[in-house]
Design a protein around this ligand. Structure first.
Ligand code: NAP
Ligand code: HSE
Length: 432
């Protein structure tokens, strides 16, 4: 090949980074690929917008046909975002025998099966490294680096916005609304930050991670999701007092052939490596039966970090073209989907209750837990004087989710319990 021609869909945060890396790292790319890489056309919405990168205005178009139907374009890079229209563009690109690289987790979490099947049918590559944890090469590490192992647990801090907010709340006691505004101004948050703070962005990434890590087709709807909007300053203060750090954790665990995938705020033991992942940084902790603990850390978003992952996917496409193995990379999941039932999910829990400050109440509460075979690892009790109430905080030993939900129901029904203020999963015990 004399030159590799790229059609770029989108010239925003990530698209600008892609153009910069292709220009600034041309020597390295030529060395790896064996020929120059050129951006031939760029799809945008607004031709007159000021850009973060200087491009020849003649490259810009608002007509997707100029990329999708151009037989000289070898690779379509999709960094425009969106779902249905974007899926249609990528299916057309694949049918026109173009390899595709995308950073779009919203799209891949919902439609990876259909898109990968179309890629395989047309003998094209479809790579999406940047869709999870931006600049961290986690997908290739799971699929290639850990290919010989059996992964049993993944825990991810895969949303930079919520990690930034929780870090500021943990370390500086800053109020939630103020920190969210700061995250938006710094550009980590999605245009509509609800996807970040409600946990959906992390859930999309966990659906992609668990599908690859467990070789099982996990849908977005299989991921149980809870966001960070209900976390209070009191919860953060107790979590610190008890030796934990509050984090939004994406969790994927496998026992036997069954898996559980969820996203929720969790109390992480301070000694766990994920507990020191701060600010907008991301990290994915992966436990493999043979390798043991591994952790992948880095920037989960941003123009150049994300673009690095995108352009590395382009290099992979080119290597495959040179080797004549294009379109063989997508391996269908090995296992049929098997999700754990609530009786099969076990965890430790944090519970904070307000109860009437009377004789025998604590003993009754203890017996509600013990009736379900759940004992306490840590307990705190504090009077709330002006209200004749007491605040009880416990960390349980391992309980099934089903048993824990029954306990909560009994606590809510018990007239001495004024309210169950909060509950969180507790994570970070050493895996043995
Ligand atoms: P962005 O800054 O909003 O840029 C989107 C670009 O696509 C803009 O140039 C826009 O054109 C163009 N565009 C959008 N819809 C279009 C349409 N219907 N037709 C033509 N052009 C259209 O978005 P971004 O932050 O770069 O994110 C791009 C993708 O990467 C998303 O899927 C996102 O989830 C993913 N991602 C982003 C990050 C990150 O750090 N930002 C990290 C990981 C993954 P105009 O410029 O003319 O408006
Ligand atoms: N809004 C996302 C985050 C961007 O905060 O992590 C990267 O996907």
């Amino acid at each position: 090949m004399n030159v590799i021609s790229i059609g770029l869909l989108g010239l925003g945060t990530v698209g600008s980074g892609v153009v910069k890396i292709i220009e600034n790292h041309q020597d390295k790319l030529m060395h790896q690929i064996g020929c120059p890489v050129k951006v031939k056309k760029i799809l945008v919405k607004d031709m007159n917008k000021e850009r973060d990168v200087q491009v020849n205005p003649g490259l810009l178009t608002v007509n997707p046909e100029e990329i999708l139907e151009d037989s000289e374009i070898d690779v379509v890079i999709e960094v425009m975002g969106g779902i249905e229209e974007t899926k249609d563009y990528l299916l057309r690109a694949l049918r026109n025998k173009k390899n595709v690289v995308t950073a779009n987790k919203d799209l891949m979490a919902l439609h990876s099966n259909e898109l990968l099947a179309e890629a395989t049918k047309n003998k094209c590559d479809l790579f999406y490294e940047a869709s999870v944890a931006g600049g961290i090469p986690i997908l290739r590490s799971l699929v290639e680096g850990l290919a010989s192992d059996r992964i049993t647990k993944m825990m991810g801090i895969v949303n930079g916005t919520t990690n930034f907010i929780l870090t500021k709340m943990n370390n500086h006691g800053a109020p939630y609304e103020e920190v969210l505004k700061e995250a938006q101004e710094l550009g980590f948050a999605e245009a509509n930050p609800a996807a970040d703070v409600d946990g959906l962005d992390a859930a999309r990434k966990m659906a992609i991670l668990s599908t690859l890590g467990f070789s099982m087709p996990i849908d977005l709807s299989d991921v149980k999701v809870e966001g960070i909007t209900g976390i209070t300053e009191e919860d953060i203060s107790y979590s610190k007092k008890l030796g934990y750090t509050m984090k939004l954790i994406g969790l994927a665990s496998r026992s036997g052939e069954k898996v559980e995938v969820s996203v929720q705020p969790a109390l992480l033991q301070d000694s766990h490596p994920l507990a020191s992942v701060n600010d907008e940084y991301n990290a994915v902790y992966v436990y493999g039966e043979a390798v043991g603990e591994t952790m992948f850390y880095g920037p989960g978003a941003g123009s150049l970090p994300t673009a690095t992952a995108v352009v590395s996917d382009v290099v992979e496409v080119m290597k495959n073209m040179r080797l004549g193995v294009t379109g063989n990379s997508a391996i269908s999941p090995q296992f049929k989907k098997a999700l754990k039932e609530p009786g099969e999910i076990t965890a430790k829990y944090f519970v904070r209750l307000h109860v009437k400050d009377e004789v025998g109440v604590f003993a009754s509460i203890t017996s509600i837990f013990s009736e379900h075979g759940v004992s306490f690892e840590k307990i705190l009790q504090m009077p709330i004087k002006e209200k004749d109430l007491a605040e009880i905080v416990v960390i349980t030993h391992q309980a099934t989710l089903q048993g824990f939900e029954q306990i909560l129901q009994k606590l809510q029904d018990y007239d001495m319990v004024r309210s169950v203020k909060s509950t969180y999963r507790v994570e970070g015990d050493k895996i043995i």
